[in-house]
Design a protein. Structure first.
Lengths: 473, 473
C-alpha cells in the first residue's frame, strides 16, 4: 500500500483546494513541510504534487513553489437534463445509429475517436492480464474445458462477492451469476422481469447501449430527467409509478453514462425501499462504480436492498479489459429465473477467462491496478474538461463527474450534434452525439466526450479543432 | 496424413462387412495379404484390425485369425417417432426439468452420468488446447483486450469459412458471426426471425435445449415426426406450412439429437428450395456434422442455399471444448439483424479464446484431432449399443446413428423413463428421459444415452444395472 501513499496525499490536498483551505493563487506548503506533516519522504511529497500538476490543478514555478491553479470541482455550469415531460415512448436509437458512420476501429493513423467509453490500451493492466492468462493456461485441467456451471466459476464468484465489502454490501458467492459483460447481465435481468411491450423507467440522458438493448427486447421507456447535481427526482419517480404500469426501473446509480451523476446514499436508500414497497424490480448498472475519483467507493442501491428487489449488474470491462467480456449480476429474488435464461441463451460463460480474472482479484493485482487507474482517469477527465473550456465557445456547459470515463457537454442551442459529428469525422475525429442518449429527440446540442486517451498534444489539438467546428454553427 | 491410414483401411473393411463382402463368421484376409493389398506395413494393418476389434466388430483368436462378429449397421430395430399428430403446442420442458434432479456435476466417485451429450476429458485435445491458449497469451496485444468486433475475430472467421469446403459449401468470412456457443447462435437467429407467440417447426424428438430456448423466447412449436431412417417427411412439412402460420423451421440436419437421424442430400436440397420459394427462414443446427463415422463429411441444408434463407449454426463445443463457449452462425440474409441482436445482447464474444481456436484450426491440429475423435466416438457408440442389446430386455429398439455422441432407446411400453431415471439415480447412474425431448407428452418409454464415456468395466456394469432396472417395470 505504501506505493500509493502519494495518491492519498494528493487527494487530501485536492479536497483542501476545492474547499478553499488552500486558496487559488496562494503558495502551498513546501515539500519539506508537507513531508513532515504526513510523515513521508520528500520523494513521496514530490509525487503527490506531481500528480496534481498532471491533473492541471497546480502550477510549479521556480522560486514561487507550488500554487493551486484551479479546483477540480465546478467552475463552468453543468448541463441540464431534457425538459421533455416523462411519457411512455418507443425507442428508435437503432435507427439513429444505423445512419451513423460505424465507430468500430481500427482507425487510420492520426484518427482520434472520443466515441467509446472503454479503456484504451495504456489503461489496461496488460502485463498482469497476460501473466494471469498464462497462469490459467498452465493450471488448466480437463474440467475447465467442460461446460462451466451456469452461475459461473466458483472462484470468481467468491472474489466478486468479496468486492461487495467496498460498497457496504454483503453479497455471498451463491447470489452471483457470471455473464458475458454488463450488457448481457442487463439483458438477462430485463428478460427476467419484463414482457415485450412493457415499460421501463430509465434516467435521461440514458446510455444508448441500454436504450438499444431495451429496443431489441421490444420494451418501451419513460425517461426520468436526471439533474446534474441531484440525479433523478424521487418524487417524480413516485408519481410515474403511480401513474403508469411500470415493469422495472433501470438506473446507473454511480457516475451515470453520459452525464456523470452520482446518486446520493439517501436516494439509493429511497429507491431500494420503494422497490420493496412497490414490489417493483430495480435493475442497477454499476459498471462505473469502481472508477471513483474521491477517497471512497460509492455505495450502490443494492447496498440498501434487504428483500432482493434490486438486480445489481456490473463487469470488469471498464476496469480490466472489455475484450474479456466478463460481467456479473446479483439479481436478488430473480436469480433462478435469470439463471434459467442464461442456461437457455448460451449455457454458461467460458471458464478460462474467469480463472484469469479470479487470479487477478485473488493476488491483489486488481486493487493495485485500480489505485493507479483512478487518478489517471481523473487526470484525463480534468485535462479534457479544462481544454474544452479553453477551446470551445463560451456559454457551453460541462459535466463534472466524480468518477467514470466520460464528459457530457451542452453546446450552444444552434449546434446540431449529428452535423457536428459529420464535420468532425472529416477531420478524423469522432464524438458521440447527444440524440443517441434519448428516445425523446432531445439532446440535439449535446455531445459525449470519452476521456480514454493518454493526454498529449495530438489530443489537445483534436479538442481545439472540435472547438473551432462548434464555433462554425 | 499417413498416421491415419489405418483408420481409412478400417473404414473400408467395416463397410465390406456391412455389405456382406466379408460375411459374419468367415475369416478376413491375413495381415500379410491386407498389407500387400493396400501397400502398407503389417503394423498399419494390425492397427486397422485392432480398431475394428475395439469397436466389437471383429474377433481375433489364435489360429482362426480375424473374423467379423457383427455389422456396425442395423440388427435391432430402430425407435420410431411419436405418433402424435403435428399441432401447435406450448412448450413445458422447463417444468419437467425443474422437477428433475439437476445433472451439473461434479459427481461423487463412482457416479456415472449418461445424461450430457458433451465430450468428456479423454476426448478433448487437451494438450493442444493448452498449447494454443499459451500461444494466444504470449501473442496477446492490447488490442485483443479491447472489444472484439461484433461479428467476431477475423482470423477465426476465415478458418470457419474454410471448413465449409468439407460440406460442399462456400462460405466467406464476412458471412459469419461468432457466438458464445451454438445455443446463442440459435437464440439470436430465432430472435431475428420470430416474435413471441410465433410458431416454429422442429423435428420430433427434439433436443430439450432447443425446446427450452424456444420456450424462454415464448415461441410455440409444431413437432414434425422424424423417421429413424428417412428423417422428416417433406410432404408433411409442406402440408404444415400450407396449414399454419409458420415463422421459421429449426432442424438438426446431421445426426439429430437425440435420434441420430441424418437427412439425405435430396431432403436437404428440398428444404433449401422450399425456404427460398416460401421465403421461410430455416435455422439449421449442425453441431454434430463433424462427428461422422462414415468416410465423408455430410452436407448441410446450407450447402444448397443460394438465396440466404438458411441460417446455419454450429460450434466447437462437440469437437474441441464445450467450456470455450465458441460457436458461430452464417445467417444468410439475416446477418445484419443477427449482428444487431448480438451487439445489444453482449456486444461481442471474448477475443482470447477465438485466437486460441483460430490457432488450432490454422495449424491443422483441429483436423488431426477429429480424425482420431471420430473412430473413438464410433467405438463408444457401438460398444454401448452392443451392451444395451445384451443387457436390456428383448423388444427394445436402439438408434443406429452414423455420427454424433448419443443413442436413443425405445424401451418396452410399460417403462416410465422418468421413474427409471429416479431408480437409476439411486444407483449413481443418470440418463436423459424421453419426455424431455417433446412438448407432446410423448416418449414416455424412451431414454437418451450419451456415449461420451471411455469404455471400461464400470461403464459396462452401469449399462447392466440399467438393463436390470428396465426389467423391473
Amino acid at each position: 500500500m505504501k506505493d500509493f501513499q502519494y495518491i492519498d496525499i494528493a487527494n487530501r490536498i485536492e479536497s483542501m483546494i476545492n474547499n478553499d483551505t488552500y486558496p487559488l493563487g496562494e503558495k502551498l506548503p513546501s515539500l519539506r513541510v508537507l513531508s513532515g506533516h504526513f510523515g513521508v519522504s520528500v520523494g513521496t511529497s514530490l509525487k503527490a504534487y506531481g500528480l496534481l500538476i498532471d491533473k492541471g490543478l497546480l502550477s510549479s514555478r521556480e522560486k514561487s513553489g507550488y500554487v493551486p491553479l484551479r479546483k477540480s470541482t465546478a467552475h463552468t455550469a453543468q448541463p441540464v437534463a431534457t425538459t421533455a415531460a416523462p411519457a411512455i415512448r418507443e425507442i428508435n436509437v437503432s435507427r439513429i445509429i444505423s445512419k451513423m458512420p460505424v465507430d468500430a476501429g481500427p482507425y487510420p493513423p492520426g484518427f482520434l475517436s472520443f466515441f467509446n467509453a472503454s479503456l484504451e490500451t495504456h489503461m489496461i493492466p496488460f502485463n498482469a492480464v497476460r501473466r494471469s492468462l498464462q497462469k490459467a493456461s498452465r493450471d488448466l485441467t480437463g474440467a475447465h474445458l467442460q461446460y462451466e456451471s451456469t452461475l459461473g466459476n466458483q472462484l470468481l464468484r467468491e472474489q466478486i462477492a468479496r468486492l461487495s465489502f467496498y460498497w457496504n454490501g454483503s453479497l455471498s458467492a451463491n447470489e452471483i451469476l457470471v455473464t458475458n459483460g454488463t450488457l448481457e447481465a442487463l439483458s438477462l435481468c430485463l428478460r427476467a422481469v419484463t414482457q415485450p411491450g412493457d415499460t421501463v423507467v430509465v434516467e435521461s440522458p440514458c446510455y444508448y447501449g441500454i436504450l438499444q438493448c431495451l429496443e431489441q427486447l421490444q420494451l418501451k421507456v419513460i425517461e426520468l430527467p436526471c439533474d446534474p447535481q441531484e440525479g433523478i427526482d424521487t418524487g417524480q419517480l413516485e408519481d410515474i409509478i403511480d401513474t403508469y404500469d411500470i415493469a422495472a426501473c433501470l438506473f446507473i446509480s454511480n457516475f451515470n453514462n453520459p452525464n456523470g451523476v452520482l446518486l446520493s446514499d439517501e436516494k439509493k436508500k429511497w429507491i431500494a425501499e420503494m422497490a420493496r414497497k412497490r414490489q417493483l424490480p430495480v435493475i442497477e448498472d454499476d459498471v462505473y462504480g469502481e472508477l471513483y475519483f474521491g477517497p471512497a467507493r460509492p455505495t450502490t442501491i443494492k447496498t440498501y436492498d434487504k428483500h432482493g428487489w434490486v438486480m445489481l449488474c456490473a463487469s470488469f470491462s471498464k476496469t480490466v479489459a472489455s475484450g474479456y467480456r466478463i460481467g456479473w449480476s446479483a439479481p436478488g429474488r430473480f436469480l433462478e429465473k435469470v439463471a434459467q435464461l442464461k442456461a437457455t441463451t448460451n449455457v454458461a460463460t467460458a471458464t478460462v477467462l474467469q480463472l484469469s480474472l479470479a487470479d487477478l482479484l485473488t493476488s491483489g493485482t486488481y486493487q493495485r491496478h485500480l489505485r493507479k487507474l483512478r487518478p489517471l482517469l481523473h487526470k484525463q477527465v480534468l485535462l479534457t474538461s479544462q481544454h474544452i473550456e479553453q477551446y470551445f465557445p463560451s456559454g457551453i456547459k460541462i459535466s463534472q463527474p466524480e468518477g467514470g470515463i466520460v464528459l457530457w457537454v451542452e453546446l450552444p442551442k444552434q449546434v446540431d450534434a449529428l452535423k457536428l459529428q459529420k464535420l468532425a469525422l472529416e477531420q478524423d475525429i469522432n464524438i458521440a452525439p447527444g440524440p443517441l442518449f434519448s428516445s425523446t429527440g432531445g439532446y440535439r446540442n449535446y455531445i459525449r466526450i470519452s476521456c480514454n486517451k493518454q493526454w498529449n498534444r495530438q489530443v489537445e489539438q483534436a479538442i481545439r479543432k472540435l472547438g473551432k467546428l462548434v464555433g462554425t454553427f
